[in-house]
Design a binder for this molecule. Structure first.
Ligand SMILES: Nc1ncnc2c1ncn2[C@@H]1O[C@H](COP(=O)(O)OP(=O)(O)OP(=O)(O)O)[C@@H](O)[C@H]1O
Length: 703
């Protein structure tokens, strides 16, 4: 399996501490990213989740920070604008900013009449009042109080007027505290930056002006230059800006990024129209950066063409690598570095082999290894948890139901309302459990008892022995059983768990009997539930009936591709029938005339969405069986796409499908010849490769 012999990963040399050396399987992409950054070219990284896009940029960031060519430290200062307070000035100075003791000329400032002054005024008037009252007892007290109050209020009004009027004029003199006029250090850039920002976070990306509840005018409010929030586009000046999750980037943000790329400078203005910052706008601030963006393949549709056009390199990261010894060794390196980086338990040789097998399965082929390494990393972490004897059942006990997760699963798995699915994400673990619906009264009498499974029934084995033992990190070994527990429970994937439960609950109700006698118009096809779910067997039944209005009716089939494949199957049946390339049958010429027939095709007991063309061969054979009235053997399941020449073409999920055929007790499974390179495990079932329809006719028909 690996080039080295070892018992546990503790014997494998420590991985290199440099992140760049830890990236596996993405050599070409890494080279391009390095070259892009070196030559200041913008790049877009696309690929499946968890193939190392962020890791690559982070690794390259270490190098970016170390490169000092053409870079000198600078500081961004925010200063008040004496002409127009709503337009604060952001200025870049070389090196560090040394604060001046006397920041502003005192003659520019009118010392503000503060509240203390006001209180002093009030005190003076109180003294005068009491003096007048005592000195002139014949003057009425109330009259004196009234006069002094009017004078005091008049003075207070003048003071407030001076304050507001001064500030409004933009002279910042009226009521401004001299300390508010000092420049503020917005950003000190000491080494070439690599700034990371999520595409949806507009404030973080482009900057903003903070709201001031006191109107943003001195003396009570905070002056605008003190409310500036710098954007990542500005912080990345002279360095690299990494924007991930491009799918979530609002169109207007894309326009701003576009301007920043073109002009290499961008002002900051208040983003919230209801905020006091809305009227504030800075001067244009330099932002000359190299842009690296990342997302999944489909996310690119969200990017505006002019922005996409300005990205020089569009790099697609691989999601699989060839399964050879060199790459298996790389996978071992990955396992070792994940264990080291996350301080996990060492892993046995056999468990490492199991991870390689899983990497093959996730790649969908014996020939390949997956590069969706975050998924593998999560599985390694969870296997380590189980080796540690962590009480996962307790974590599951705290589960709550999340509607949005249920709806997502519903979309992919079944067209029934999944009123009984509970999902919980705990750290890297997705836990799904199918429960009965507590709120709904049971309609059947005998199904109510078992609706809510107890925690003990959950499909997890907890190593209770380990729990009692002294839990010394790194002494317990992750062995093959721990890895298998994670794989068998499917706890690393929502779809996997839902399909495991679906099969567990519905398999016993399905009318699939591999041992039954041959039947006309009945065949067993194979499907995969959800994106990365389990395989399943589907019984396909056809009926051909004489009709004056010939038609093909599809039952329990949703997808367009499936419908097209059935049109193709009936066309091919007609062609084979007319060419006489069919087994001898008792069918008359009239029987074979499809122009006079109604064809009904049912995917029996299929509640999941059936799409794709992998059932074309099965449907075609089934129609032929009904037309020719020749029974089909029932001891095999079949999968394969078909073209109009009758060639059987490759399909996806061959391993899941073979596994499903095995689970349902079939002894034989027919798969496209071209898929044989993908088949991982043939134990316990005869896998028959098929190239053409003609080739399998003698195998499947009972005549
Ligand atoms: N090529 C790789 N080499 C080594 N480790 C990897 C690689 N790809 C992923 N990993 C592991 O998976 C983790 C997550 O990878 P990362 O966040 O870079 O993926 P991503 O492609 O950016 O995913 P997403 O699209 O979800 O943001 C890494 O921290 C690392 O542990």
């Amino acid at each position: 399996m690996f080039s080295k012999k070892f018992k546990t990963t503790a014997e494998i040399p420590e991985p290199s501490p440099r992140l760049i050396d830890q990236i596996i399987g993405q050599d070409e992409a890494l080279e391009i990213v390095l070259s892009a950054i070196k030559n200041k070219r913008h790049a877009l990284l696309l690929g499946d989740p968890g193939v190392g896009k962020s890791m690559m940029v982070k690794a390259v960031g270490d190098l970016v920070e170390k490169s000092t060519a053409d870079f000198s430290p600078y500081t961004l200062l925010a200063k008040p604008n004496f002409r127009n307070s709503e337009k604060p000035i952001v200025e870049s100075i070389d090196g560090e900013y040394k604060e001046q003791i006397e920041p502003v000329k005192t003659n520019m400032i009118k010392e503000p009449p503060s509240f203390i002054t006001l209180i002093i005024f009030m005190l003076i008037f109180t003294i005068i009042t009491s003096y007048i009252t005592r000195a002139m007892p014949d003057v009425k007290l109330l009259g004196v109080v009234a006069i002094t109050s009017i004078v005091a209020f008049a003075l207070a009004f003048v003071i407030i007027f001076m304050t507001v009027f001064g500030a409004a004029k933009g002279q910042m003199g009226g009521g401004t505290n001299p300390l508010d006029l000092r420049p503020v250090v917005l950003y000190e850039c000491k080494k070439r930056p690599l700034i990371r920002a999520s595409a949806y976070n507009t404030t973080k990306l482009l900057g903003d002006i903070k709201h001031c509840p006191l109107g943003g005018k001195p003396p009570l409010g905070t002056p605008p230059h003190k409310r500036i929030i710098l954007g990542a586009v500005h912080e990345a000046h002279k360095g690299v800006l990494y924007v991930d999750e491009i799918k979530t980037m609002p169109l207007e943000v894309q326009d701003y990024i576009l301007s920043a790329l073109q002009d290499k400078k961008l002002s900051i203005s208040g983003r919230n129209p209801n905020s006091s910052g809305a009227t504030v706008e800075t001067n244009e601030i330099p932002c000359d950066f190299t842009l690296i963006m990342s997302g999944n393949m489909d996310d690119v549709n969200n990017l505006r063409a002019p922005l996409l056009d300005r990205i020089d390199y569009k790099i697609v990261l691989k999601n699989k690598i060839k399964n050879n010894q060199e790459n298996r060794d790389k996978l071992l390196q990955f396992i070792t570095q994940e264990i080291k980086n996350n301080n996990l338990n060492p892993m046995s040789y056999e468990a490492c082999c199991e991870i390689v097998k899983l990497a093959q399965k996730l790649a969908g082929s014996k020939d390949k290894l997956t590069l969706r390494l975050r998924l593998l990393s999560n599985i390694i972490k969870m296997a380590s948890d189980i080796a540690e004897g962590k009480d996962i059942a307790k974590m599951i006990k705290e589960m709550d139901i999340k509607e949005e997760d249920i709806k997502e699963i519903e979309k992919n798995i079944t067209n029934k309302k999944p009123e009984n699915v509970s999902v919980k994400k705990i750290g890297p673990i997705n836990i799904v459990k199918i429960f009965g619906n507590k709120n709904k009264k049971n309609k059947t009498n005998n199904s109510n008892k078992n609706e809510m499974p107890k925690i003990e029934e959950l499909p997890l084995t907890i190593n209770s022995e380990n729990k009692k033992e002294n839990k010394d990190k790194k002494t317990k070994l992750i062995d093959v059983s721990h890895v298998k527990t994670i794989i068998d429970t499917g706890i690393y994937s929502l779809h996997k768990q839902v399909s495991i439960d679906y099969l567990k609950n519905f398999k016993r109700y399905k009318h699939i009997s591999p041992n039954s006698p041959s039947k006309i118009g009945v065949i067993h096809g194979l499907a995969v539930l959800g994106a990365d779910g389990m395989g399943d067997v589907t019984k396909i039944i056809t009926e051909v009936i004489n009709s004056k209005t010939p038609n093909t009716s599809l039952l329990n089939i949703s997808g367009d591709l499936a419908k097209h494949s059935i049109t193709l199957a009936s066309a091919l049946s007609r062609k084979l029938a007319s060419e006489g390339k069919l087994p001898i049958s008792t069918a008359s010429e009239e029987d074979l005339d499809l122009d006079t027939k109604d064809i009904f095709i049912q995917f029996s007991q299929s509640y999941s969405k059936i799409d794709g063309d992998s059932a074309t061969t099965a449907v075609c054979l089934c129609i032929l069986s009904s037309l020719l009235k020749i029974p089909l053997k029932q001891d095999f399941a079949i999968t394969g796409s078909l073209d109009l020449n009758g060639d059987i073409l490759a399909i996806g999920g061959v391993n899941e499908k073979i596994n499903a055929a095995k689970e349902y007790g079939f002894k034989r499974v027919i798969v496209p010849q071209s898929n044989m390179i993908d088949v991982i495990d043939v134990e316990g079932i005869e896998v028959i490769p098929a190239k053409t329809l003609g080739e399998i006719i003698p195998i499947v028909f009972d005549y």
